[in-house]
Design a protein around this ligand. Structure first.
Ligand code: PGA
Length: 261
């Protein structure tokens, strides 16, 4: 069985020194990687230093964002080849905070996804509905639209045309209901599993069952902590979690991972 995936999204919360210290603590506690597959996503300025800490360990490095071109006059941006050079293997795309505060659209996510696949990085594509959409029963429609626009013109054989061998390519979908992010109130785990099933079916229709089984990992994000992690791990549909707040302090992160069995 695949190990449960835990992606730590440190957001804009830890500076260089704090990121370095937390990464060192996580690395030193070897039992954590026995419990889960870990990916740490610090800010851009901390990536290289955290990457050095994680060198020759089983813990992976991820970026919180990436631009859709390899190089050029794009002030303030960072490219996938640059991330790869410092050991980064994952990139979060379309996080709801970027959609909300920086105008990131499904079209932008689509451009980034193409570039990330062409550069052999593993994308973590975030999708999620807001409270109003959930209350009005439109959440399934919203997620399907985000998936269809995000994966537009990305047929499976096209992955290799983008430079990646389809066989080895992993794509992570992070289902993150916006109303559950940073609120301390996670979604009911069976509700999350239900949405994961819908996402899986949608992808299977587009890419086929075996490809989805082998190449996609569907994770949940939104107020996951040590008190609710077990609810999520016991759902077969949920293959991992994207953790914000609880991943940013040593004790809460350690306690969360130790709960995983
Ligand atoms: P949270 O954040 O765990 O603090 O709710 C999750 C996320 O935004 O990835």
């Amino acid at each position: 069985m695949k190990k449960f995936l835990v992606i730590a999204n440190w957001k804009m919360n830890l500076d260089l020194n704090s990121s370095f210290k937390l990464a060192k603590k996580i690395k030193a506690n070897k039992s954590l990687t026995k419990k889960a597959e870990l990916v740490l996503c610090p800010t851009f300025i901390s990536l290289e230093r955290v990457g050095q800490v994680l060198k020759n360990t089983k813990i992976s490095l991820g970026a919180q964002d990436v631009f859709w071109r390899d190089a050029g006059s794009f002030t303030g941006e960072v490219s996938a080849p640059m991330l790869k050079k410092i050991g980064c293997r994952y990139a979060i795309l379309g996080h709801s905070e970027r959609r909300q505060y920086l105008g990131e659209t499904d079209e932008i996510v689509n451009k980034k996804l193409k570039n990330v696949l062409a550069n052999n990085l593993t994308p973590i594509v975030c999708v999620g509905e807001n409270k109003k959409e959930r209350k009005s029963g439109k959440h399934i429609q919203v997620i399907k639209k985000q998936l269809s626009a995000g994966f537009k013109n990305i047929p499976a054989p096209g992955w290799s045309a983008l430079g990646r061998k389809t066989k080895n390519q992993k794509i992570i979908i992070a289902y993150e209901p916006i109303w559950a992010i940073g609120t301390g109130v996670a979604i009911n785990s069976s509700e999350a599993a239900k949405m994961h099933g819908i996402i899986r079916k949608y992808l299977e229709k587009k890419y086929g069952t075996s490809l989805v089984k082998n190449n996609f990992i569907i994770t949940y994000g939104g107020s996951v902590d040590k008190n609710n992690i077990l609810e999520f791990t016991k759902e077969a549909e949920i293959e991992g979690v994207l953790v914000g707040g609880a991943s940013q302090k040593w004790q809460s992160f350690r306690d969360l991972i130790k709960k995983i069995d």
